[in-house]
Design a protein around this ligand. Structure first.
Ligand code: SF4
Ligand code: SF4
Ligand code: SF4
Length: 333
């Protein structure tokens, strides 16, 4: 897609206006907030039994090919996210690995997929808007027809999620899009539909927040009802509450994510990084502002560029008007 000169001028003018703001305002302009109707997933590691039904359902719903790790091309056995695998269940083990959800001599499961960041670095890094955050649902979608294959999104993602598929004539980026095609039909994400225990739970992020608070107040060992499939499905299972660690991963990390995690073991065991609350997008806008604030040169260059483009545009418009006038006169003769 070609960028129209008018849009370029608007962008350039916006850039100049941004430079005129103080740092805080500039930051507020660039950081995205959670849309009120945002959708997401709550993954509760204590409920996950490692059955991999979510992985199979994901492949089925998204027409993904199997990943063969056994060398025999029999079973789908992905070892990590890949161009064929948008969602993977991984296992943490320690010592003898006997006790579920124990850090010592225990094991636990984690689900890896796109976290649908509230303020996604991949969207900001993409120079052609092939990755977009939906204004209503907050789902981060990918448009392969707009993608130029620069792979900036791969570098920018703090969770190492987007994969580059070289197996097509036109290589493309591959990542979970929360099954937005199913959501458009009034269904829920395939992984959550398939999950027999409720470990993967679909819902509005605001409702999932409420559910995380409820779970954190549960008394360990006491039986509670847990929703299955989606927060408002009406389906529940009863389980004794585990001893959750007092941290919901994704609620605050890098401005928050729409896929969140609860667990009884520390998130460092799952290689989920300990990130600050501020998003990378917000941090980088602050740095850019600090660099540009004291520099007259970029402003002068930008102003010159804007003047030049505007002048060219006026010249072209004048020429076009003159040609149209000549043609009109020719037709009258
Ligand atoms: S997890 Fe990565 S790919 Fe997914 S929205 Fe966040 S930055 Fe983008
Ligand atoms: S939301 Fe859909 S695409 Fe994403 S992990 Fe779940 S099944 Fe896969
Ligand atoms: S379907 Fe549910 S229980 Fe089974 S591996 Fe996936 S998240 Fe865990």
């Amino acid at each position: 897609m070609k960028i129209k000169r008018r849009d370029f001028l608007k962008g350039a003018a916006g850039g100049m206006a941004l430079l005129a703001l103080d740092g805080q305002d500039a930051q507020a302009m660039t950081v995205q907030a959670l849309p009120p109707e945002a959708l997401g997933i709550l993954f509760d590691s204590t409920l996950c039994v490692g059955c991999n039904a979510c992985m199979t359902a994901c492949k089925d719903a998204n027409n993904m090919q199997p990943d063969f790790a056994d060398g025999q091309d029999i079973w789908d056995q992905p070892v990590d996210l890949s161009p064929n695998t948008l969602n993977i269940i991984k296992k943490f083990t320690s010592g003898t690995g006997e006790t579920k959800d124990a850090e010592v001599n225990g094991y636990a499961f984690i689900k890896r997929q796109c976290l649908h960041c509230v303020d996604p670095s991949c969207v900001t890094a993409c120079p052609v808007s092939a990755l977009l955050k939906d204004k209503e649902t907050g789902i981060v979608t990918y448009n392969k027809n707009a993608c130029i294959g620069c792979r900036y999104c791969q570098v920018a993602c703090p969770y190492n999620i987007p994969k580059f598929d070289f197996n097509h004539i036109y290589p493309e980026i591959v990542k979970c899009q929360l099954c937005d095609h199913l959501i458009a039909e009034g269904k829920v994400s395939a992984c959550c539909s398939a999950c027999p225990t409720g470990a993967s739970l679909f819902g509005k992020v605001e409702d999932l927040y409420v559910e995380t608070r409820r779970r954190q107040q549960m008394v360990p060992g006491t039986i509670y009802e847990y929703p299955v499939t989606s927060i408002d499905s009406g389906l529940t299972h009863s389980y004794p509450a585990p001893e959750y660690i007092p941290h919901v991963y994704g609620k605050e990390e890098l401005g928050g994510t729409q896929v969140m995690y609860m667990s009884a073991v520390g998130f460092d065991n799952f290689a989920l990084p300990a990130y600050p609350k501020e998003s990378f997008v917000s941090m980088s806008s602050g740095i850019q502002y600090a660099i540009y604030k004291g520099m007259v040169y970029p402003l002068v260059v930008l102003a010159g560029l804007v003047f030049m483009v505007k002048k060219n545009k006026q010249q072209e418009e004048t020429k076009t008007a003159e040609k149209a006038k000549d043609k009109k006169e020719e037709n009258h003769e």
